[in-house]
Write a protein that binds this ligand. Structure first.
Ligand code: GLN
Length: 313
């Protein structure tokens, strides 16, 4: 990726970042673990990466933050690449309509999580990776480095330790699934992998570049190689569209209309298939756990997209 070559597109990205700043001060920083509670709610970053490798950034786009649930997209991509569709015997494909850490459906639905983007679903995906790789979180870190082109992408051990100490709810989900026979490996090992992936630190720039394969039929921008087959990229986008924003997926689909995935670190990645990947970040969240200012920025991006499509005049 190189700095964007269109001054008009850069000016548009700058303008969106400026307008999004007016939304700072609404929402609350995640405080379920102490390591995230001290994030600065005034931060805002935006990065837009076109499929031809132009990168447009504004604000704190280069500042690394905790990717949290954004890692669920990488986890799923890796699991599908390794195991294919057998994964769907153990995880569903439908929106949950519940908060991302809810336990209710797990009990009534036989320990099969509704989708891979709620915590329970990602824990099952992590279980697959524990079966397949000797050091799954290190493998995911390497993939994040390769896809982003940034060798400094790291697992934040303070966040990892904090997740571990405050793991009661995620551990409850994992034990419930273990009791239903939907976890092959030891609960502690699976949880540790899941938390390590959540604790990856990446910037908007890193994420927009790394997840560009979802906009580009599965082809990674940094290596030019296919990370996932085209049909798999399409299906991951479909899941992001229906479940990437948790119980607010319908609202977000109505307002923005793009496949997207959020994390409680305040990041949201959105995909414009065939064109570009976008990452917006600001730590203050709404009641569903989605960043207020990042959602606002993505709404503005979506409303202006027609102007920037290939062939638009
Ligand atoms: N680490 C978080 C958790 O397990 C991830 C959730 C999220 O980003 N929505 O609760």
């Amino acid at each position: 990726p190189r700095p964007g070559s269109s001054p008009a597109l850069q000016a548009w990205v700058d303008e969106i970042a400026e307008r999004a700043r007016s939304r700072l001060g609404t929402g609350r920083v995640a405080d379920y673990i102490p390591a995230l509670a001290d994030q600065d709610p005034e931060r805002f970053g935006l990065a837009l990466c076109t499929n031809d490798g132009n990168l447009y950034t504004a604000g704190d786009a280069g500042m690394p933050f905790s990717i949290q649930s954004l890692s669920k997209v990488l986890l799923l991509s890796l699991a599908l690449r390794t195991h294919g569709d057998v994964l769907w015997r153990r995880v569903g494909l439908n929106p949950s309509g519940m908060p991302f850490n809810s336990l209710m459906q797990l009990e009534t639905e036989g320990g099969k999580p509704r989708n891979p983007f709620i915590n329970a679903g990602a824990i099952v995906v992590a279980d697959h990776l524990v079966s397949a790789f000797a050091t799954p979180s290190k493998h995911l870190q390497d993939i994040a480095r390769t896809l982003s082109g940034n060798p400094r992408v790291l697992i934040d051990h303070e966040v990892l330790g904090s997740e571990w100490r405050h793991r009661a709810r995620n551990a409850a989900a994992a034990y419930l699934m273990k009791a239903f026979g939907n976890l092959d490996n030891e609960v502690d090992e699976v949880l540790e992998t899941y938390f390590a992936c959540c604790a990856l630190r990446m910037s908007c720039r890193d994420l927009a570049v790394a997840l560009n394969y979802l906009a580009a039929d599965g082809r990674a921008l940094t290596t030019g190689e296919r990370f996932v087959p085209p049909a798999m990229a399409q299906r991951i986008n479909a899941l992001m569209f229906t479940s990437g924003m948790y119980d607010a997926a319908g609202d977000f689909a109505y307002r923005v209309g793009l496949p997207a995935k959020s994390g409680v670190g305040g990041g949201i990645v959105a995909i414009v298939p065939g064109q570009m990947s976008i990452c917006a970040w600001s730590p203050a969240l709404d009641a569903s756990g989605n960043s207020v200012a990042a959602q606002y920025a993505l709404e503005r991006v979506a409303e202006g997209l027609g102007r920037w499509s290939p062939g638009a005049t």
